[in-house]
Ligand binder design. Structure first.
Ligand SMILES: C[S@@+](CC[C@H](N)C(=O)[O-])C[C@H]1O[C@@H](n2cnc3c(N)ncnc32)[C@H](O)[C@@H]1O
Length: 345
């Protein structure tokens, strides 16, 4: 009966129109979606991205008040050999090789973002994927560092990478790792961008909380002499369970990490809180917000709307609201650093 009712027919035809309109809107908004290739996520995107990494280096140096925390100052004045893994445009290396001309510096990165010719003579760059191993002899370097690789390295690759970093390190040499915890103490607006970003990163197999895990393992490792610097607060007490891996493989990774890290002693960790925006964080907060702006408006401006299935306009509107949130609400993130010495001397 209802089917033949005139108002039923008009309802169905309205519904059909609405559905086809919705289909059209969906296909239009899909057409508007920028095409994004997620396999390129680990590569620096363009010159703006490289500028952001340069600026980030100077901000981090300001926050830590140093270019390294390991006790290596003395050996850098003798001829030391130093490696920076995932060195990006090589800002840290350019500064270090100029400050310590007696020492030899090497940078490895999968992308060719580093300078080819205009660089000090004691600095060399190598384009290579570190998950395929490090092409240097055992016990070669006095100092090895790796900064901000957690978003790119798959969790199950960490053990192999750390093993390689420790293999090429001389006994008595130091390893230093720096990572960033983006989601610490942020408001609902910034969370709407950070949550999908972290979900995407997890979907690639990376675990950005790996450094908390490493630090926690160092704390509990019997062969290490763990120390938390007095100026820092230890936030590594809990292991987060947001892995993309199953418990068994995660357990295996913990076990392998623990074995690898047992080759280190005299380990330290240092955590710094960074307030976002000038309203709460002064000049440091202002520069940090500028870095975030460049990250969200350039580095991931194709990725995030694509992953969130929203238009770029909507995404940029969301990002604009985050600026307001940084003014009205104290928001902060954390930087983590740990370092340790290879046993054997
Ligand atoms: C966030 S940037 C950090 C750059 C620099 N270490 C810093 O702290 O400013 C990450 C760098 O790691 C590099 N990278 C990512 N995956 C890599 C891999 N498997 N092997 C070597 N480098 C890699 C990227 O090309 C990028 O330059």
């Amino acid at each position: 009966m209802g089917n033949s009712h005139p108002s039923g027919r008009s309802f169905r035809s309205k519904l059909a129109k609405k559905k086809s309109l919705q289909k059209l809107i969906n296909s239009e908004s899909l057409k508007q979606q920028p095409i994004y290739d997620p396999s390129k996520f680990h590569l620096p995107k363009n010159d703006k991205d490289i500028d952001r990494m340069h600026e980030q280096h100077f901000l981090f140096k300001h926050i830590w008040e140093c270019n390294f925390s390991s006790p290596i100052e003395r050996i850098l004045h003798q001829p030391a050999i130093v490696l920076d893994v995932g060195c990006g445009p090589g800002t840290w290396l350019l500064e270090m090789s100029t400050t310590y001309p007696q020492s030899q510096f090497y940078g490895i990165d999968i992308a060719h973002a580093f300078p080819k010719e205009i660089k000090p003579g004691n600095l060399e760059f190598i384009q290579s994927d570190i998950t395929n191993g490090i092409k240097f002899d055992d016990d070669y370097f006095d100092f090895v560092r790796m900064s901000l690789l957690a978003t790119f390295l798959q969790e199950d690759k960490w053990v192999g990478v750390l093993r390689e970093l420790i293999r090429v390190l001389k006994p008595g040499g130091y390893i230093e790792i720096i990572e960033h915890e983006l989601q610490y103490n942020i408001g609902p607006c910034f969370s709407t961008l950070i949550t999908p970003l972290l979900n995407f990163i997890r979907s690639t197999g990376a675990n950005i909380q790996i450094v908390q895990k490493i630090d926690s393992l160092l704390t509990t490792s019997s062969s290490s002499n763990h120390h938390v610097s007095p100026s820092s607060r230890n936030v590594f007490s809990t292991l987060h369970s947001t892995n993309t891996l199953t418990n068994t493989s995660s357990h295996q990774i913990n076990q392998n990490l623990s074995n690898t890290l047992s080759k280190l002693t005299n380990t330290h960790s240092d955590t710094r809180t960074v307030l976002i925006g000038s309203a709460h964080g002064g000049q440091t907060g202002k520069v940090f917000e500028e870095l975030l702006k460049s990250y969200f408006e350039n580095t991931v401006v194709d990725l995030l709307p694509w992953y969130m299935e929203i238009s770029q306009e909507k995404y940029l509107e969301l990002w604009k609201s985050c600026h307001k949130e940084f003014k009205n609400r104290e928001s902060s993130t954390k930087l983590h650093k740990f370092w340790g010495m290879k046993i054997g001397q």
